[in-house]
Design a protein around this ligand. Structure first.
Ligand SMILES: [Zn+2]
Length: 467
């Protein structure tokens, strides 16, 4: 698209013509002014069928709306198209002389379309109205939310944030599926010894289970899958979250409120007075929260939480650096899960790819250090076939479809506890963990690549090479 320059500007910046959108509005009964509910269902003509795949039709409609400077349509189609492509975020970014629309799909940003700068103020106003933000405030960041309904009738939560940039306001809309089903642990990609160790920890009456990894590595989903497995009438599960992302029936979920000093640590202390069996605290950010988690574990509770570290072993260093005495860790910590998400290569169009000798050498070295047994089918190790992404209609020409987790699960045992107490180095602890059946993120990724589920490119995008 290069229709940047001489676009006429027949757009009304006033928000009035919103109602004129010739698009089906969600069948919402309540006439009262709640958050505006938009049905990004495009009145697609029935004739879309055979010629082009529907996503291309949607893109064409989006481009038509841009050419016609039909702002309400542009916003609705942009959201609808993002939902079709299973995007997690919509980025609308004013650049120097055009505005760019991108979607994050399976963790990676994809260019969608560009539109002329003169349309941007009206687009921003339209989105601000949808999400109850102040239209006339353009100098400070704002955040709000809106509900949207997909054409399948699913309720989605749209978190909208604006940021003033030198070229105008940038908008990011984060799409969350509130009715998302919680997958079971094996379908997340956790298998073999890692799954066995996790299940053993989940069966323990008390102890701390930590899930670590960068933002967007799927920690929340894994924790919900664990809690969902433990969610029975006989146990009281309390969660302290920031924010509550998915509501699970049977859990008591509480959201922290930093403005009024309702912190994780405060939530943990309150949870302990609520006769809990299992507590999940969103994140251990400080010593106070860590101390309370340890106290909860030592008084007979199973505690789940997250950290932001690169590997399972690094979590131990982080907690010690927070000021936690090693003897407290050895008596409370049960299991650490480090995780990443990789995109799954499209099974319909993937093709076998050649691997450089250096790469093959590296892979062989990593796999030779794999001590856990039964992690991979022996015949897959003999031939060593890898795949690359191509792109077809099935995967919207991306080559990937959906994501799967790589898991590094460290189960505490006496050898690791002794090393921690004796101030052992992280290398020593890593070696002991490997001997005890820990599979590193790199090894877990290579296994998934050999099984044809992902590509080496994806694995090394998220996992470190071993030294
Ligand atoms: Zn494909």
């Amino acid at each position: 698209m290069d229709n940047t320059s001489q676009q006429p500007a027949p757009v009304t910046t006033a928000p009035q013509p919103l109602q004129a959108a010739p698009v089906a509005v969600a069948p919402v009964a309540a006439p009262v002014a709640t958050a505006p509910v938009v049905a990004p269902v495009v009145a697609a003509p029935a004739a879309v069928a055979a010629v082009e795949p529907p996503e291309n039709e949607k893109l064409k409609q989006l481009k038509d709306a841009i050419l016609a400077a039909n702002v309400p349509q542009m916003v609705l189609i942009a959201i609808s198209y993002a939902l079709d492509l299973r995007s997690s975020d919509i980025h609308i970014e004013p650049l120097q002389n055009r505005v760019r629309l991108r979607y994050r799909i399976d963790g990676v940003l994809r260019h969608v379309v560009e539109y002329p700068t003169n349309l941007h103020p009206a687009i921003v106003s339209r989105i601000k109205i949808m999400s109850n933000l102040k239209i006339d405030e353009q100098r400070i960041p704002q955040d709000g939310r809106a509900d949207v309904t997909t054409k399948e009738g699913k309720q989605m939560d749209l978190r909208v944030s604006t940021l003033p940039t030198v070229n105008g306001e940038k908008i990011v809309m984060r799409i969350q599926d509130k009715s998302r089903e919680i997958p079971d642990l094996s379908s997340l990609g956790i298998t073999g010894t890692s799954l066995k160790n996790l299940n053993a920890a989940l069966a323990a009456p008390n102890g701390i289970i930590i899930n670590t990894g960068p933002t967007g590595s799927g920690k929340t989903t894994t924790l919900y899958s664990c809690l969902s497995k433990l969610n029975k009438t006989e146990v009281n599960i309390l969660t302290i979250e920031d924010p509550v992302e998915i509501q699970l029936d049977g859990l008591n979920q509480s959201q922290v409120h930093h403005d009024i000093n309702y912190s994780f640590a405060m939530g943990m202390r309150a949870a302990l007075r609520q006769d809990p069996n299992i507590i999940m605290v969103g994140e251990i950010r400080d010593k106070e929260t860590a101390d309370t988690a340890i106290e909860a574990s030592l008084t007979g509770h199973l505690v789940f939480s997250t950290l932001h570290t690169n590997s399972a072993v690094e979590s131990l260093t982080r907690l010690i650096n927070m000021g936690i005495a090693p003897y407290l860790l050895t008596s409370s910590l049960e299991l650490i899960i480090a995780q990443r998400l990789v995109r799954q290569v499209c099974q319909k169009c993937k093709k076998e790819s050649a691997v450089t000798p250096e790469m093959l050498e590296m892979i062989k070295k990593a796999m030779s250090e794999l001590k856990a047994e039964g992690e991979i089918e022996p015949e897959l190790l003999k031939g060593m076939k890898f795949y690359e992404a191509v792109g077809c209609d099935e995967c919207n020409h991306i080559g990937y479809k959906g994501r799967i987790g790589l898991y590094e699960v460290l189960r505490m045992n006496n050898e690791i506890r002794n090393l921690l107490s004796a101030n052992g180095t992280m290398i020593q602890i890593q070696e002991a963990a490997l001997k005890n059946g820990m599979v590193t993120l790199e090894q877990a990724g290579i296994v998934k690549a050999l099984q044809g589920k992902t590509t080496l490119e994806e694995v090394y995008r998220v996992a470190r090479k071993s030294e």
